[in-house]
Ligand binder design. Sequence first.
Ligand code: ZN
Ligand code: ZN
Length: 283
Amino acid sequence: MKKWLLYFFAVIIILTATPFVSSKLVGRKETEVEVNINGKTVLMNLDEYVARVLLGEGQACESAESKKALAVAVRSCCMNLLSFGGRHTDFDFCDRFDCCFALGDIENCNEETLEKTISAVNETKGIFLTYKNMPALSLFTLCSGSSGAFFELAEELTPIKEDHVCEIHKTEKTIHYENILKDRENAVLVYDENNDCSFAVWDGKYIKGTELKEKLSLPSTEFTLEFRDDGIFATAYGLGNGFGMSLCHAETMAKNGKTFEEILEFYYPNFVACAPNQKQVFD
Ligand SMILES: [Zn+2]
Ligand SMILES: [Zn+2]
């Protein structure tokens, strides 16, 4: 028998002994999910699915604590989608990252990574985040630009201001004036107290910071612009919109000694962590 199978049997025994909090999950085999892989639907334990997502999406999380934070976030997202309904009717999740989550290959992956992943899943057994007593949609991205978050995504997800900018996912480019602006004198950027460009006056029109991001084709809402002779020199940090957990920064936090609880509290201040017995784990 494969080693990881043993781990999952242990998890199944523990998880099935304690029912999940969500009443909408009652009536189905609580810890099993239907996953469509390569067009075929397979039934698997929720934590096996969480481990596969960690392998597929969590490459940035090398440390034990960042992996654990991601395990909890993925578990919560899955339980949220199971409770409120995901994108599919015939099964729960598919294997496409642009639809559900990217899945790693549990049979053919690096053994050390697999062990670390399984430990992260097992050490956070049953822990998930809740919002208004329901599993929370704890979104995450590889590297969300931390500031300049003008998106309105969901009331419970607060834009998070990280204390550093990501130098790994940094984009620098010059955008020539003639491509974007009729008159250079007609561009005014307005920064708020957090030093985020909250809006701009662009060719005489008022636009939001998010629209400016699109106009300049920047990968993140966290950016600085410098008006130079040959064009606008843009520096963008991250690849996201400032919402949810940034795996890149979660890894930095873990390397700086933060625990998975501290990482989750930082990124999801409105969520409450619960264990299967509905006991509050930390707040
Ligand atoms: Zn899908
Ligand atoms: Zn990054």
